[in-house]
Design a protein around this ligand. Structure first.
Ligand code: PMP
Length: 365
């Protein structure tokens, strides 16, 4: 069996132990004579998996009892709509901070539901395209005193920027953590709503984690279809309708691995070490590799950089592939190189990439 160095932006690398456990249990789950894929979501076997997954999220992220944890479907895109549907009352507006392509999407979708305001943007024009190179300073945020909520994107998957700390806001803070959930400890008690597709740090695609303050659930709008109300899913422990049972099972396996590794403090240290090595490799050859992101805004999850020409970037991606390093091409809307260093990416994969970067740069000198 050959496993490559997987730098995909999502779906992305999963811990080997999580996949191995799934393989070992696939045909006969815990002596039940059938696969977890074949179990009813109302049966005790699946319910145990479901509760273990919810319990692991709660303990790993230290989610206080003031917050509900929901396992939903529809991805972060559904949340772009579901958040304003639930939290934006008639006559109110919500504040959005734009730091990349995904926050733009969230903002545009919310406009289809209600009134939104631009609280800040770090977008700048670059040859007719809007690009984002930094996270705003807190004093740049122009927040409305009566906003229903303030929406930010903690890690910008396309542009390789990340909030190092979150602003203190009067209105509940709503954070799209799709690409950095569980990569570091965060103080959930200070956040109104966190949402994230699972397919980067938590598991396969198919589940969206929503962590929401119970007050927001209770006070949410009731005049929307039942399936979109957070209260529906909170009341039923995310078993109102059939959940994506296999995705929840696989997330359980991934979260067991996170726990064994030492939880989010250990994960953060590991991610820091990986990205320190990678940024050092980029910065050590400033004539060849250039990270366009401002120092204080650099992401610890998606590291973006450019080579002197797009042709060299293509050559870099092709040569890396020959060495079993995949997923390095930047997002189609921004180009360049992007290395996703999610939790499951092993430090040894980063070491292999750094060695390759050195070799490639020297071959072109
Ligand atoms: N937000 C962020 C920060 C993302 O990285 C992504 C996906 N790459 C999305 C939203 C969209 O997620 P989904 O495809 O699950 O809707």
């Amino acid at each position: 069996m050959k496993r490559v160095h997987n730098f995909n932006a999502g779906p992305s690398a999963l811990p080997l132990s999580a996949l191995e456990l799934a393989r070992d249990e696939l045909l006969d789950f815990e002596g039940s004579g059938m696969s977890i894929l074949e179990h009813s979501h109302r049966g005790k076997e699946y319910e145990k998996v479901h509760d273990e997954t919810l319990g692991l999220i709660r303990s790993l992220m230290a989610v206080p009892e003031t917050h509900d944890i929901l396992l939903l479907q529809g991805g972060a895109h559904q949340q772009f709509a579901q958040i304003p549907m639930n939290l934006l009352m008639p006559g109110q507006s919500a504040d959005y901070v734009l730091t990349g392509g995904w926050s733009e999407r969230a903002y545009e979708e919310a406009k289809n539901v209600g009134t939104v305001r631009l609280a800040a943007t770090t977008g700048v024009d670059h040859g007719g395209k809007t690009v984002y190179r930094r996270i705003p300073r807190f004093d740049e945020l122009q927040l409305h005193p009566e906003a229903a909520y303030v929406h930010i994107t903690s890690n910008n998957t396309l542009f390789g920027t990340q909030w190092a700390a979150f602003p203190e806001t009067k209105a509940p803070l709503v954070i799209d953590m799709s690409s950095d959930i569980m990569s570091r400890p965060v103080d959930v008690s200070k956040i109104g709503l966190i949402y994230a597709g699972a397919q980067k740090n938590v598991g396969p695609s198919g589940i969206t984690i929503v962590i929401i303050h119970k007050d927001l659930v209770q006070n949410a709008r009731k005049d929307i279809p039942k399936i979109f109300r957070y209260s529906t899913h909170a009341k039923e422990r995310s078993l109102y309708n059939t959940p994506p049972t296999f995705a929840v099972y696989l997330a359980r396996n991934v979260l067991r691995w996170v726990k064994e590794l030492g939880g989010l403090t250990a994960i953060e240290a590991r991610n820091r070490q990986k990205t320190d090595v990678l940024y050092a490799a980029i910065d050590s050859r400033p004539d060849f590799y250039k990270c366009p992101v401002e120092q204080g805004s650099r992401s610890r999850m998606n590291i973006v950089f450019n080579l002197p020409t797009p042709a060299l970037e293509d050559e870099f991606v092709a040569a890396a592939k020959k060495k079993d390093m995949v997923g390095l091409k930047g997002h189609r809307s921004v180009g360049g190189i992007r290395v996703s260093t999610y939790n499951a990416v092993e430090p040894s994969s980063i070491d292999a990439l750094v060695a390759f970067m050195d070799e490639f740069a020297r071959s072109k000198a």
